[in-house]
Design a binder for this molecule. Structure first.
Ligand code: LRH
Length: 472
């Protein structure tokens, strides 16, 4: 048996991490090796991601990992937030820093594209929720800006390619582009054509659990990386996080809680009826041919943005202190619409929240740190109420008798939010791993390396589940 270690890279909007999985007395154990803070950066032409900082940070993590393991490293897989991409020149070098999906250019691109292409028809083809951040609108924004068609890769796949992997579009990540057909799992020629985008620039789609070649380049000269496979896990961090949930049965929903809260349930088929459409639910690829039926609800972004605003005014409480203070507040009389597009934008969050409160005739809060406790309480109560609403629709639309909700991702450490969610939903809250994306990433690597099943089969899902249970 091969007892070398595995490496998982997980790219998050707030932090990017490298984790190691080693065999200790026959038991697989994972540890965080390296973490860098991340966040969108405002450049002259818009909001971007600091690509080189991310790549260098992750490579530093890979070097650290190599030093820790005399047994060597068997494979590396990368997952991360979806939709954003790197445009490449002929040699595969990045042409520019990737845009961040929160850049306002996407909203104009969405309006312009919808003037040409029916959103209803796109929904029929892709089953994807309407959000200006989807890759489709970003590619269209590039086109409107006069950029020539270029090959592109979503971020996790770009990192893999940079380290020697075949350039691909991993299926779970590809679905979030809004350019993939639900029925064929392939790029939609119709949408590419009608949007005037080049299908030749899109990489080949592969299922999660695909071997993409060996690690090459400077890192490969380290002895730990002498013979290391590069693997496409579920490159979409949310699909990875769901794959990392070790739950049997059919009575559970999930909340993948990070910058966003992805609230839904796993199904075997896309759920794309009138209600799913009216409520703007999405159907995204999962591992082993499963379907992630969920809704993007706002998430820790709201709180993080408020914390950034308070920090600018010199107030930087520890999160535990903030939550304790929030818990002492009376329940808010009026809740926020957390999914108001204005609250998805960057900067001035306390002001944005007040604007919404004022528009609805509710009392506003001082935009200074003195309102940190009531504002935190307002955000968490509003999120929990929204989770409950969304989960009711999930139950109706999937026909599932939902009794448990697994909360995974960094947000699951917020015990106050977990309690409020339990109250609002009446469901049993099961707190999963804050590192669920990493666990799912490792589980898919094991299923790929050790399993028998073909990657797009349900049997593969079972193998991933087997490994996720061992890692939980
Ligand atoms: C969460 C996530 C989510 C996407 C968003 C862009 O990190 O991948 O699933 O909708 O980022």
């Amino acid at each position: 048996k091969d007892t070398r270690a595995l490496v998982a890279v997980d790219l998050g909007a707030e932090s990017c991490r490298v984790s190691l999985l080693r065999w200790v007395d026959g038991v697989p154990q994972h540890t965080l090796v390296h973490r860098i803070a991340n966040g969108p950066v405002q450049r002259e032409d818009g909001l971007h991601w600091p690509l080189e900082q991310i790549v260098q940070g992750m490579e530093e993590g890979l070097r650290k990992a190599a030093e820790l393991v005399p047994e060597g490293i068997r494979s590396i897989a990368v997952d991360g937030w979806a939709v954003d991409y790197v445009r490449l020149d002929r040699k595969g070098e990045p042409l520019a820093e990737p845009f961040c999906y929160r850049d306002p250019r996407n909203e104009a691109a969405e309006r312009a594209l919808h003037a040409k292409l029916s959103p209803l028809r796109m929904r029929e083809i892709t089953g994807i929720q309407q959000m200006p951040l989807n890759t489709l609108y970003q590619l269209y924004a590039d086109k409107l800006a006069g950029l020539p068609p270029q090959r592109w890769l979503n971020l996790p796949e770009y990192l893999l390619a940079r380290w020697g992997a075949e350039p691909v579009a991993e299926f779970t990540n590809a679905t979030h582009t809004q350019l993939v057909e639900t029925h064929s799992h392939q790029w939609s020629r119709e949408i590419f054509r009608d949007a005037g985008l080049s299908i030749e620039c899109a990489p080949r789609i592969v299922p999660p659990g695909t071997l993409l070649g060996k690690l090459h380049g400077p890192l490969a000269s380290l002895s730990a990386y002498a013979d290391t496979e590069l693997i496409a896990p579920a490159c979409h961090d949310t699909a990875s996080a769901i794959a990392g949930i070790a739950a049997g049965g059919d009575d559970w929903a999930y909340i993948s809680s990070g910058t966003w809260s992805l609230v839904g349930a796993l199904t075997l088929e896309a759920v794309n009826g009138p209600t799913a459409r009216a409520e703007n639910f999405t159907n995204l690829g999962g591992v082993g041919g499963t379907n992630c039926f969920h809704k993007n609800v706002n998430g820790m972004w709201l709180l993080k943005q408020c914390q950034d605003a308070w920090a600018q005014q010199g107030y930087t409480p520890h999160i535990a202190e903030l939550l304790a203070a929030a818990e002492r507040e009376p329940a808010p009389a009026v809740l926020l619409d957390v999914d108001d597009p204005d609250l998805m934008r960057m900067g001035e969050m306390p002001r944005r929240i007040n604007r919404q409160l004022a528009a609805r005739g509710a009392a506003t809060l001082p935009e200074t740190p003195e309102s940190a406790a009531p504002l935190t309480s307002l955000i968490l109560h509003s999120l929990a109420a929204r989770y409950a609403q969304v989960l009711r629709v999930v139950a109706e639309e999937t026909g599932k008798d939902l009794r448990r909700v697994f909360i995974v991702g960094g947000g699951c450490q917020n015990q106050l939010l977990n309690r409020l969610t339990a109250q609002a939903t009446g469901m049993q809250v099961c707190c999963g791993s804050p590192e669920s994306s990493t666990l799912g990433n490792f589980a898919v690597q094991f299923a790929t390396l050790e399993g028998e099943a073909s990657a797009s089969s349900l049997a593969f899902r079972d193998e991933v589940y087997h490994w996720a249970s061992r890692l939980a």
